[in-house]
Design a binder for this molecule. Structure first.
Ligand code: SF4
Length: 227
């Protein structure tokens, strides 16, 4: 499979936020979100076998722990990434899959926690979510909405109500989008939507979602990759 990077850091944006985690970042994406902070994954990378990826994960986190499969869009390499996820589960790792949900998810091993990033209108990739994937969600999965405006918030709120998602997944996450050219200050000034404003909307609507901030962008310079 084509890999951009494998590194160890803290998980940054789910109910697993704050936990040490090995990230396996696959190359290539078929979407072009306006605020994407991972454009460096769109090309390049290096070809690695399942065994080579497994060995690197083991070197970084011997004998278990949390591994996130991300990208880019990892499900573009479904043929290779599904056996990889199964191998990691068999080796005792907890496996997270970060995906846009544009590709079919029904073949993802049941033990994997899917973190599905449903694209909102301001991403420029709204309408790309494959509705069939709602059937593949389990009580361990998480749905994430990255929000840049009130229109995005309204879309996310209506989406979870329309599909009655509150009780079907482990968590629904509302996260302000970050400016993709952010650097320097490690604070919310880079957010495209003020977290305080988002919090007030969520409180007013008693929304069954939790506010998430991209933890790593408050720990490291937002421009730093591989953290
Ligand atoms: S799906 Fe993810 S990697 Fe692809 S363009 Fe959107 S934010 Fe970037």
């Amino acid at each position: 499979m084509q890999i951009t990077e494998i590194y160890k850091s803290l998980q940054g944006e789910s109910t697993y936020a704050g936990l040490p985690c090995v990230f396996v970042r696959l190359t290539a994406c078929n979407l072009r979100c306006t605020w994407c902070d991972s454009e460096y994954t769109f090309q390049g990378g290096r070809k690695m076998s399942l065994e080579e990826v497994g060995a690197e994960v083991y070197r970084l986190s011997p004998g278990g722990g949390l591994v996130e499969i991300t990208g880019g869009e990892p499900m573009l390499q479904e043929r290779e990434v599904i056996p990889l996820m199964q191998r990691l589960l068999d080796d005792g790792y907890s496996v997270l899959l970060e995906t846009s949900g544009e590709r079919p998810l029904e073949k993802v091993p049941a033990g994997v926690v899917k973190i599905v990033d449903v694209k909102c209108p301001d991403s420029g990739e709204g309408e790309t979510f494959c509705a069939e994937n709602l059937k593949s969600l389990t009580a361990r999965d998480e749905l994430k909405f990255v929000l840049a405006s009130r229109a995005d918030y309204d879309f996310a709120r209506d989406f979870i109500r329309q599909h009655d998602l509150a009780g079907r997944v482990n968590a629904i996450l509302f996260s302000p989008a970050f400016r993709k050219d952010a650097s320097g200050a490690r604070d919310s000034s880079h957010c495209l939507l003020d977290p305080q404003q988002l919090a007030e909307w969520m409180i007013a609507d008693s929304i069954p979602a939790r506010l998430g901030l991209q933890l790593h962008k408050f720990i490291w310079d937002p421009a730093v990759k591989g953290v």
